[in-house]
Design a protein around this ligand. Structure first.
Ligand code: SAM
Length: 348
C-alpha cells in the first residue's frame, strides 16, 4: 500500500506521489490522514480570526482579483482603530490568533504596522499575531517580529521558476519569494507556505516540486486551496482547480507533515458548499473565519463568488462551529501552536 509507506516514511518517490494525487487508494489516504491528525491534535480545530485590512496591492499577479490592474474594484484600507475593534470582537468570540492579511500596500509603512501590531499585543498578550503582507525586506520582518508578530503566511505559490513566471509579472521573482520565506524562518517566525491547486499551467511535476520545496522549508503551517478564476484577471477563462485533488493533497501533506497546521480554506468552501468539512476530514485542522467589517468583505475579492462576504463576524463563528461539529471535530479556544513548537519560544 502506497499510503502505508507514506505514513511510515513521510516521503515517497515522485511516481508514487503522483499515483496518490491521481486518486489511487483515495479512501485509505483520507482515513490515514484523519488518523494521523487525531493522533497529533485529537478532534481539535483551531480558529484564526482573519482581518483583510487592505485590498490595495502594488503587485499584478495574473490570477488574483485584487491585482493592481483591476480597475473595476473599489479599494479600501482599514485604519488602526477599526483593526483593533475587529480584534476585540474576535477575542470575545474566542479567537486567540489574529491574522492580518492584505495586498502589498506601501501605505502601511513599518511604523504604522508596528504600532498596530504592538497595540494588539498589548491588548491581547495571550494571542498570537499572524501577518500575511507579502514580500518585504528582512529588516521590515525583523521590526514586525520585535513589535510582537510571531507567525507569517507567505505561500510560495509555485516553487518552479517557469510556472512562477507564468503566474506573475517580471517584477516579481520566485527567488525573492523563497528568500523571504527563509528570512522569516531565520528571524524566528512560525512560517506558513503553500500553493494553489490547479493554477493555470500547473502540471503533476509542478505539484511534486511544491511538495519537495515544502520538505526543504519545513513550514509550521501549510495553506493550499483550489485556484478559482476571477472575471477581471487575464486568466479569467482558465478552469478552476479541482476540489478532489485539493483534498488528496491535504491528506498527503498531513502524512508528510504530521504536526503541521493545515487550514481548510475559504477557496475550498467556495468551490463546494461542503468543501471545508471535507478538508477537515482529509486532515486539515484549522479554519479561518472572517473578522473583517461586513461592509468591506465583498471588496476583498480574490476570486469570483467568494463565500462569507455577507455575514457578520458572530454569524461566521456560529456557522463554522456547526460545520466543524458536523464533520466530527470541535472548535477550541486556543492559541493553537504547531506540535513541535515550544511554548517558551513564544514568550516575548
Ligand atoms: N499579499 C499577500 C501575499 O502575497 O501573500 C497576501 C494576500 S494574497 C491575495 C493571499 C493568497 O490568495 C495568495 O497567496 C494566493 O495563493 C491566494 N489567491 C489569490 N488569487 C487567488 C485565486 N484566483 N484563486 C485562489 N487563490 C487565490
Amino acid at each position: 500500500m502506497i499510503t502505508e509507506q507514506l505514513e511510515k516514511q513521510r516521503d515517497l518517490t515522485d511516481g508514487l506521489l503522483q499515483r496518490l494525487m491521481e486518486g489511487e487508494e483515495e479512501e485509505a489516504l483520507f482515513a490515514a490522514a484523519d488518523r494521523v491528525r487525531r493522533e497529533n491534535y485529537g478532534d481539535a480545530v483551531y480558529v484564526r480570526g482573519l482581518i483583510e485590512f487592505t485590498n490595495h496591492c502594488r503587485n499584478d499577479c495574473y490570477y488574483c482579483g485584487i491585482r493592481r490592474s483591476n480597475r473595476s474594484l473599489s479599494r479600501y484600507r482599514l485604519d488602526r482603530e477599526t483593526i483593533l475593534a475587529c480584534c476585540r470582537e474576535g477575542y470575545g468570540l474566542g479567537y486567540r490568533t489574529f491574522v492580518l492579511q492584505g495586498g502589498e500596500d506601501p501605505w502601511y509603512t513599518d511604523e504604522i504596522l508596528c504600532d498596530i501590531v504592538s497595540q494588539i499585543h498589548r491588548e491581547h498578550p495571550d494571542c498570537a499575531i499572524t501577518l500575511s503582507l507579502g514580500e518585504r525586506s528582512r529588516d521590515s520582518y525583523q521590526r514586525l517580529f520585535e513589535a510582537g508578530a510571531r507567525r507569517y503566511l507567505l505561500r510560495q505559490e509555485a516553487a518552479d521558476e517557469k510556472l512562477y513566471r507564468m503566474l506573475h509579472p517580471s517584477r516579481m521573482s520566485c527567488e525573492n519569494r523563497k528568500r523571504c520565506l527563509y528570512a522569516l524562518k531565520g528571524i524566528g517566525y512560525q512560517v506558513g507556505s503553500g500553493f494553489m491547486v490547479g493554477a493555470p499551467g500547473q502540471r503533476w511535476e509542478h505539484l511534486i516540486g511544491d511538495l519537495r520545496f515544502l520538505q526543504q522549508l519545513q513550514p509550521d503551517m501549510i495553506g493550499i486551496g483550489p485556484y478559482l478564476r476571477h472575471q477581471d484577471t487575464p486568466y479569467r477563462d482558465q478552469p478552476n482547480g479541482s476540489m478532489q485533488l485539493t483534498l488528496r493533497l491535504i491528506a498527503i501533506l498531513r502524512l508528510m507533515f504530521p504536526g503541521a497546521l493545515i487550514p481548510s480554506t475559504t477557496a475550498l468552501g467556495t468551490i463546494d458548499p461542503q468543501g471545508r468539512e471535507l478538508g477537515l476530514k482529509a486532515g486539515a485542522n484549522v479554519v479561518m473565519p472572517n473578522l473583517s467589517p461586513a461592509a468591506v468583505r465583498e471588496k476583498y475579492e480574490l476570486y469570483d463568488n467568494k463565500i462569507c462576504t455577507g455575514e457578520e463576524s458572530a454569524q461566521c463563528r456560529s456557522c463554522l462551529e456547526m460545520r466543524v461539529f458536523s464533520a466530527g471535530y470541535r472548535i477550541v479556544t486556543d492559541i493553537g501552536d504547531p506540535k513541535k513548537y515550544r511554548a517558551s519560544d513564544r514568550d516575548l
